[in-house]
Design a protein around this ligand. Sequence first.
Ligand code: FES
Ligand code: FES
Length: 153
Amino acid sequence: MLISLTVNDRRYSLEVDPSMRLVDLLRDVLGFTSVKEGCSEGECGACTVLLDGRAVTSCTIMAFQADGSEILTVEGLESLGELEPIEKAFIENDAVQCGFCTPGMIMSVRALLSKNRKPSEEEAKRAIEGNLCRCTGYVPIIRAIMDAAERMG
Ligand code: FES
Ligand code: FES
């Protein structure tokens, strides 16, 4: 199938197999390896990206379903060589351990902060409830979200 989509501000038109998932397209075809695959069942959130501004698990969406969409991954956050505030907040609050969950977490946080610049801790927790951290570093992650909100506010 021929599809067209925008990933991190760059437009792509390409043939995809109807059975290809969005995570495969992003990682294996386009090389956006920040998108991690953990459970492959929509349960861990490691593969979270923004699709038209909404946080989605890219392992549960077929590539052809993203036809005409705008996708954002962590690779698209940096601008002019500068990390964006959410990334800085994660690093400076020690919210990254092995880092496997981090790109998906950051995209969920980005979706939250694009709608709500002053989230409560409860709202921050809810925003990442679909993102599992196997290193269980949730306390610094919530601290990083609150810090990122302040930096962006
Ligand atoms: S790999 Fe997609 S939700 Fe776990
Ligand atoms: S930092 Fe290791 S899984 Fe979250």
